[in-house]
Design a protein around this ligand. Structure first.
Ligand code: NAD
Length: 251
C-alpha cells in the first residue's frame, strides 16, 4: 500500500466519487470531504474494499472551521497531503434577474470560497513536503453559455482564472495546479438538473447534441483526466484547463 494521500471535496458522489476510486485503484489513500453523510460513508467503504485506506470527513467546504477540522483529521491519520481535488460544487438555475441574493451567495460560497478554504487548509502540508498537485473542477459553462446559469457559469469562469493564479504562485513550491472543465457528464447533479427541466427528454437530447460524440460523458472519463493531471505523466503541465467535454468547446 502506497502512503500517498488524495483529498477530494464532493467525494461522496459523481465526479468526486469516481476520482476517489480511480486514485485508490492506483495506490492512493483517500480523504472524502462531503456534506452528504450517508453517501460519504458508503464511498469510504467502497475505497476500503479496494484495499486502500479512506476517511470520510463530514464537512461543508464553505465553513472554515469544518474545513480546518478535516485538515487536522487528515494530518493526524495520514500525516501528509499529495493531491487535492477541489471538486464539490452546486448549480442553481437562474438568470441574473431570477437568481436570489441567497442563491448567489450560496453558489459563490461553495463553488469559489470553498476552493479558497480547502486550499488554505491542505496546501501547507504540500509545501512542507516540497511537492503537490491541485486540481480544480471548473465547467464548460465557464466558457459556453446556456440559459439561466448566471451565478453558476460566472463562478466556474472564476475557477479557471483562480487556477492560473494558484499555478503561478505555487510553482516555486513545486506544486502544480490545473483545472478540468467537464461538459455534460451523467452524474446525480446533472440528472437532477435534467429532471427539473420543463421537458427532460428534450433537455437530454440537447445535452447529447452539445458533444460532437453525441452523448454525455461518464464520471470515470473525467476522473481519468484528473488522475493524468496529478500523475508524473503530466509533470510539465500547470495552470492548464483540460476540457473533458466530448468536444462541446469546439462548437
Ligand atoms: N455533471 C456535470 O455535467 C458537470 C459538468 C461540469 C462541471 N461539473 C462540476 O463537477 C463537480 C461535481 O459535480 P457532480 O456532477 O459530480 O455532482 P454531484 O451532485 O454528483 O456531486 C457533488 C458532491 O458535492 C457535495 N457537496 C455539495 N456541496 C458541498 C459542500 N458545501 N461541501 C462539501 N461537499 C458538498 C455533494 O454532497 C455531492 O456529493 C461540481 O463542481 C460541478 O459543478 C459537473
Amino acid at each position: 500500500m502506497s502512503n500517498k494521500v488524495m483529498i477530494v471535496s464532493g467525494g461522496a458522489s459523481g465526479l468526486g466519487l469516481a476520482a476517489g476510486i480511480k486514485f485508490a485503484k492506483n495506490g492512493y489513500n483517500i480523504v472524502i470531504v462531503d456534506v452528504n453523510e450517508e453517501k460519504g460513508k458508503i464511498a469510504e467503504q467502497q475505497i476500503k474494499d479496494l484495499g486502500q485506506d479512506a476517511i470520510f470527513c463530514l464537512c461543508d467546504i464553505s465553513n472554515k472551521e469544518q474545513v480546518q477540522a478535516a485538515a487536522r483529521v487528515t494530518k493526524e491519520r495520514f500525516g501528509r497531503a499529495d493531491v487535492l481535488i477541489n471538486n464539490a460544487g452546486l448549480e442553481i438555475r437562474g438568470s441574473i434577474l431570477q437568481c436570489t441574493e441567497e442563491d448567489w451567495d450560496k453558489t459563490y460560497a461553495i463553488n469559489l470560497k470553498g476552493i479558497y478554504l480547502m486550499s488554505n487548509a491542505f496546501i501547507p502540508s504540500m509545501i512542507e513536503q516540497g511537492a503537490g498537485s491541485v486540481i480544480n473542477t471548473g465547467s464548460i459553462l465557464g466558457y459556453r453559455t446556456v440559459g439561466e446559469r448566471a451565478a453558476y457559469s460566472s463562478s466556474k469562469g472564476a475557477i479557471d482564472t483562480l487556477t492560473r493564479s494558484m499555478a503561478y504562485d505555487l510553482a516555486k513550491d513545486n506544486i502544480r495546479v490545473n483545472c478540468v472543465a467537464p461538459g455534460a457528464i451523467n452524474t446525480p447533479l446533472l440528472r437532477g438538473s435534467i429532471n427539473d427541466s420543463p421537458n427532460p427528454a428534450e433537455t437530454e437530447a440537447f445535452l447529447n447534441s452539445k458533444s460532437v460524440l453525441n452523448r454525455m460523458g461518464t464520471s470515470e472519463e473525467v476522473a481519468n483526466v484528473m488522475y493524468f493531471l496529478a500523475s508524473d505523466e503530466a509533470t510539465f503541465v500547470t495552470g492548464a484547463t483540460y476540457f473533458v467535454d466530448g468536444g462541446w468547446s469546439i462548437l
